[in-house]
Design a protein around this ligand. Structure first.
Ligand code: C2E
Ligand code: MG
Ligand code: MG
Length: 628
C-alpha cells in the first residue's frame, strides 16, 4: 500500500506542477513545451497501459488513468493555442479542463475503491474526452491529411471496442493502451501549431493569418450580411533603420512597437505576416471599431518610440480592408495588404483609403503572374518580328524580336507581363527562349540572303546582371553557327542607368565578342545624354512617346513644343554619331517628316506590325525583292 501511495503522490505532484505551470505562465508556454509534455504523458500512459494488461498491478492502472486524460488535455491545449476565435478558446477550457479533472479523479479512485458509480464516472469522463477530441479534430480538419483521418478512425475504433471489451470481459483491459494510440494519432494528425506563430515577435504569423482568413471568408460566404475588417499597419525603411541604430537597438525598438500594438488585442487579434507588416482582425465585424483601432494607432505611431538613450520615429502606413467588399479571397486579402504597404511607402501616406488603390490592376497582375509562371513550359510563348525600314536603302534592313504570350485566342501584352516577369524573375527564362528562337530563325532562314543585317533583341535589367550572360550568348551563337553581329542587344535607358559593375562587365565583354547594342526607349528615362555617350551603343531608338506627339497633340502650342523636342533629340543623337531608329511610326506623314529630319531607320505600324515568323519572312521577301 505504501508503494501505491508513493507512486500516486508522485503523479499528483506532477499534475500540480503542470497546472501551476499552465495557470501562471500560460501566455508564455511555448507550443513545443506543450507538445513535449503531452508526448511524455502519452508514452507513460501507453507503457502503464501495456504493463497493466500484462501484470494487473493496480499501480499501472493508476498511471494509465492519470496520464491518458492528462495527455489528451495537453493535446487539446495544443489545439487551443492554435485557435484564434476567443469563443472557441472558452469552449476548449470548459470541455477539456473539467473532463480531464474528472477523468483523473475518478480513474485514480476507481483503482482503489471498488465502486460502480466511480467506475462509470471515470468511463464517462474518458468518453467525453474522446468525443471532444473528435469534435476539435473535425473543426480543425483542414489541418489533417486524409491518410491520418484513416488512421484516426482506426484508433477510435480501438477505443470504442476497448470499452465494449472491458464491459464483456472485464479481465482483459486494453482501454488505456487504446486511448494512448488514439492520442498518438491526434498528435500526429495535427499540423504543428508552431508554424502558426511568428518566431520574432511571438505573435501569430502568416500561417495563422491564412487559416483565420480562410475560415472567416467561408463564414461570410454563408452569411452575406457579415463583414470582416482588417486594420493593416506597415512599417517602412526597416533596413536603413537597423543600419542607423544597430541590430540590437533596432530589435529592442521593434519590440517596443509590438508591445504598443498588443494594447488592442482585446478587440482584435494581431498577426505579424511579414517583416514590418502587422494586421489586426477585428473580433466583431464592426467598422467603427476598425476605425477606432486605426485612429488610436495613428495617434501612437506619430509619437517616437524608444528607451532612455535613443528615440526615433517610425514611418508607417495604416489602412482598413473590408472583406468581402475589397477582397473576397485569401490571395486578394494578402495582395491588398501588400499593395497598401507599397502604395503607402511610395506616396508617403500614413493612412491610405480603399479608393486610392487600383485593385483592377492588381487583379490583372495576379492573373498575369499565374500565366507567366508556366508560359515557357506550357509552350504559350511565340516570338514575333517587326521589320525595320531603311529610308536610304528603301528596304527592310533589320527587325526587332518581340515576345508574345498566348492567352486563348488573344495575346497578353508584353507591356503588362514583362514587368511582372521581371519582378518574379521569370524574365530570364523567357529571354533565353527568345534568344534561342531568334538564333534558330537567323540560321534557318539565312536572313543575310533576305537582306537583313541583324535582329534586335530586348534584354531586361535582370538579364544584364547575370554573371554568365556573355558565356550564355556565346553558347547560343555557337550552337546555331551565327555571327554575333547578327544579333543586336537592346537595353533600356533605365537599366543602362544602373551601368555599373556586372552590367558594365557584360557590355564590355559582349562588345569585344562582336555583339552590338541599342539603347531602347530613348526619351522615356531620365539619364543625361552625356552618360549615354559614354556607353558603347551603336543604335539609339527614339521612343514612340517622343516620335508621335508632334503629329498627334490637339493643342497647337503643345504640338509645336513636342516637335522641337523631337528635332533637338534627333540632332543630339546624330551629333553623337550613333545610328537612329524611330519607333512607333504609324502614318505616312510621320514617316516623311522623320525622313526629312534625317532619321534613317523607321519601325512602326506604318510599315508593318510585329508578325509571326513565317508571315514576317514573306513580308520581308516581298519588300526586299523589289528593292534589291
Ligand atoms: P520596345 O522594345 O520599345 O518595343 C517596341 C514596342 O512598340 C512593341 O510593343 C511594338 O509592338 C510597339 N510598336 C511598334 N510599332 C508601333 C507603332 O507604330 N505604334 C505603336 N503604338 N506601337 C508600336 P510590344 O511588342 O507590346 O512590346 C512592349 C515592350 O515589351 C517592348 O518595348 C519591350 O520593352 C518589351 N519586350 C517585348 N519583347 C520582349 C522580350 O522578348 N524580352 C524583354 N525583356 N522585353 C520585351
Ligand atoms: Mg525594344
Ligand atoms: Mg522601344
Amino acid at each position: 500500500m505504501a508503494e501505491y501511495f508513493f507512486d500516486l503522490s508522485a503523479s499528483l505532484i506532477i499534475i500540480c506542477l503542470i497546472f501551476a505551470f499552465y495557470l501562471n505562465k500560460y501566455q508564455r508556454m511555448s507550443i513545443n513545451r506543450i507538445a513535449l509534455v503531452s508526448m511524455i504523458f502519452l508514452f507513460d500512459s501507453a507503457i502503464a497501459g501495456v504493463f497493466f494488461c500484462i501484470t494487473k498491478y493496480t499501480v499501472f492502472a493508476v498511471f494509465a488513468s492519470i496520464f491518458s486524460p492528462l495527455c489528451l488535455g495537453m493535446l487539446l491545449i495544443y489545439i487551443y493555442k492554435s485557435c484564434a476565435y476567443k469563443i472557441v478558446r472558452l469552449v476548449v477550457i470548459f470541455t477539456v479542463i473539467l473532463p480531464v479533472l474528472l477523468a483523473v479523479a475518478t480513474g485514480v479512485a476507481s483503482c482503489f475503491i471498488d465502486n460502480e458509480v466511480i467506475w462509470w464516472t471515470s468511463k464517462i469522463a474518458n468518453i467525453l474526452l474522446v468525443m471532444f477530441g473528435t469534435f476539435y479534430l473535425i473543426r480543425f480538419r483542414e489541418n489533417t491529411a486524409i491518410e491520418r483521418i484513416f488512421l484516426l478512425t482506426l484508433a477510435y475504433f480501438m477505443v470504442i471496442s476497448s470499452y465494449v471489451v472491458s464491459l464483456v470481459m472485464p479481465h482483459i483491459d486494453y482501454e488505456a493502451f487504446a486511448i494512448s494510440i488514439l492520442m498518438a494519432q491526434i498528435f500526429l494528425g495535427l499540423r504543428n501549431p508552431d508554424e502558426l506563430y511568428d518566431v520574432n515577435t511571438g505573435l501569430m504569423g502568416i500561417e495563422g493569418f491564412r487559416d483565420i482568413i480562410r475560415k472567416r471568408l467561408a463564414y461570410i460566404e454563408k452569411n452575406p450580411d457579415q463583414h470582416m475588417y482588417i486594420v493593416t499597419l506597415s512599417l517602412h525603411g526597416l533596413d536603413s533603420f537597423a543600419k542607423l541604430m544597430g541590430d540590437k537597438n533596432s530589435t529592442l525598438h521593434w519590440m517596443d512597437v509590438v508591445t504598443e500594438l498588443t494594447r488592442f488585442t482585446h478587440i482584435a487579434s494581431l498577426y505579424r505576416i511579414d517583416k514590418g507588416l502587422y494586421v489586426f482582425i477585428l473580433e466583431k465585424g464592426d467598422r467603427d471599431e476598425a476605425e477606432y483601432v486605426m485612429r488610436k494607432l495613428d495617434e501612437r505611431m506619430k509619437l517616437p518610440f524608444g528607451r532612455d538613450d535613443y528615440e526615433a520615429n517610425v514611418q508607417y502606413t495604416l489602412s482598413i480592408i473590408d472583406a468581402p467588399e475589397m477582397a473576397d479571397s485569401l490571395t486578394s486579402v494578402l495582395n491588398a495588404v501588400k499593395m497598401i504597404a507599397l502604395e503607402g511607402e511610395k506616396k508617403n501616406l500614413n493612412i491610405i483609403r480603399y479608393e486610392d488603390l487600383d485593385f483592377d490592376l492588381e487583379k490583372r497582375l495576379r492573373e498575369t503572374e499565374e500565366k507567366v509562371r508556366n508560359a515557357v513550359a506550357d509552350g504559350k510563348l511565340e516570338v514575333f518580328y517587326q521589320p525595320i525600314y531603311s529610308a536610304k536603302e528603301k528596304r527592310y534592313v533589320s527587325a526587332e524580336a518581340l515576345i508574345r504570350l498566348h492567352d486563348g485566342d488573344n495575346f497578353i501584352s508584353p507591356e503588362l507581363f514583362i514587368p511582372v516577369a521581371e519582378s518574379n524573375g521569370y524574365v530570364v527564362e523567357i529571354d533565353d527562349f527568345v534568344i534561342q528562337q531568334v538564333c534558330k530563325m537567323i540560321a534557318g532562314r539565312k536572313i543575310e540572303k533576305l537582306g537583313l543585317k541583324y535582329i534586335e533583341l530586348n534584354l531586361s535589367g535582370s538579364d544584364m546582371i547575370q554573371g554568365d550572360l556573355a558565356e550564355k550568348l556565346q553558347r547560343f551563337i555557337r550552337m546555331y553557327s551565327i555571327h554575333p553581329s547578327q544579333l543586336n542587344l537592346e537595353i533600356t535607358e533605365t537599366s543602362a542607368d544602373a551601368f555599373t559593375g556586372i552590367v558594365e562587365d557584360n557590355v564590355i565583354k559582349l562588345s569585344h565578342m562582336g555583339f552590338n547594342f541599342s539603347l531602347d526607349d530613348f526619351g522615356t528615362g531620365y539619364s543625361s545624354l552625356s552618360r549615354v555617350i559614354m556607353l558603347p551603343f551603336d543604335i539609339i531608338k527614339l521612343d514612340k512617346t517622343i516620335v508621335q506627339p508632334p503629329f498627334m497633340l490637339e493643342d497647337e502650342v503643345e504640338r509645336e513644343n513636342a516637335r522641337k523636342l523631337l528635332e533637338s533629340s534627333v540632332e543630339m543623337v546624330s551629333r553623337v554619331g550613333a545610328k537612329m531608329v524611330a519607333e512607333g511610326v504609324e502614318t505616312k506623314e510621320q514617316f516623311e517628316a522623320l525622313e526629312k529630319l534625317g532619321v534613317d531607320h523607321i519601325q512602326g505600324y506604318y510599315f508593318s506590325r510585329p508578325l509571326p515568323e513565317a508571315e514576317f519572312i514573306n513580308v520581308v521577301k516581298e519588300m526586299n525583292k523589289k528593292a534589291l
